[in-house]
Structure formats: C-alpha cells, structure tokens
Design a binder for this molecule. Sequence first.
Ligand code: ZN
Length: 231
Amino acid sequence: MTRATIVGAGGLGGPIAHARGVAGIELTIIDPDVVEMSNLHRQIQFTSADLGKPKAALLAGAIVARGGVARGYQTRWTSDDADDISGEADLVIDGSDDPATKFAVADWAVAAGRPYVIAAALRFGGNAMAGAPGFACYRCLFEEPVDAATCQAAGVLGPVVGAIGGVAAALALGLASGDRRHAGTIFVFDDLRHSAEPRVVRFAPRAGCTACARAAIDPLRPPTLVAEGRP
Ligand SMILES: [Zn+2]
C-alpha cells in the first residue's frame, strides 16, 4: 500500500486527505492546531461540534470512517522529526498555511529522495507544485520563505481551497503511480472567480540551490544512464 504524509489538516489538507484516503493510500496526517470557529467556513470537514479538538485526529478519524487507513498526530512538521514521521512515506503532500513549513517539507523530500506536492491557497487563487527526485525543486523556484499573508489573516474562499486541494491530490496520485511528467512544474491559479485555467510553469533547476545541493539525486547532475545489454 502506498503511504503518504499530509502536512496540514485545514482547508487544503481536508480535501487532499479525503481524495487520497479513499484511493488506497495509507495516510499520516500532521497538524499542530485545534479547530476554531474562524476555520469552519473554509475547512468544511469540521463542524461546530469539533471546536477545540485536534484537527489531525479528527480528519484521520473521518478517513477511517470512510473505509480508509489514516492516523493523525497533533504536532508541527519540522525537519527534526521528519524522519520519524515520514521515513516510511512514499510521498509527502503539504497543505499547511505556513511558508517555513512548506520549505521544510520540500527540503526534506528532496534530501530523502521522495516525490512531493506543495499546495497553497489565498484569497481567490492558489498554486500547487509537484516535485520529484532529479527535478527542479520548490527552493529552486522560491529560494527563501517570505512573510506571506496567511489564510487566517487575509482570508480565502471555501471553494478555492477545495479546488486547489483537488489539484494537489491529483498531482500526488500521479506522482505515487510513478508519473513524472509534472515534476518540477507549478500550476498557478490567479483568480478562480474569473478562470479555472492554470498557468503551468515548468522551471529549471537553479545552480546554487541549497536544497538540491543535498538532494538524493542532484537535478543539475542527473546520473548518467547506462545502456544495458551492450558490449
Ligand atoms: Zn532546488
């Protein structure tokens, strides 16, 4: 059974988990937070009965109730704990609301040689990036975390997180099945009120990327393919 870690059990993590958890993927769901009233409009997996309860365990319980396999941990995903949490994972999907966490997830996945998806939603749009060993990485594209506005502060439409979460889940399914056609690509939805057509940006590895310098497979120096069966 394919194993995936989902980082974030909120607006993006909810639809990602529901899409993946019933597709034969064993999920580990990580989120440090409990459900708050202000979450409910965009985190449709929770109700007012869930207020004050840990999001990760609630979401994992919902996946299990639908016949999936999932466990939830109320903790923040950090590089210190990553090997313990995700050492067995075949891929990692980030739907957190925190730029530092996104970089930590991507950097760990690159170093550990795992495919990954990083998803973000804000206001009326968002993006989802697919990464895999040997391809340009999240840090190749964005370099450093910036103090971006959070969903909590700037708001995001409920349907937007559902749409971006669905795209992230589909990209993750492709990666899990070995499909690399979208690796090193980011899908950008500027404003879903006006267009559901993403800008699809395939980007090149960046020389000097500190994550790629520690990569399991260096995208700047991919291994030489050796033809077999020849003298
Ligand atoms: Zn890189």
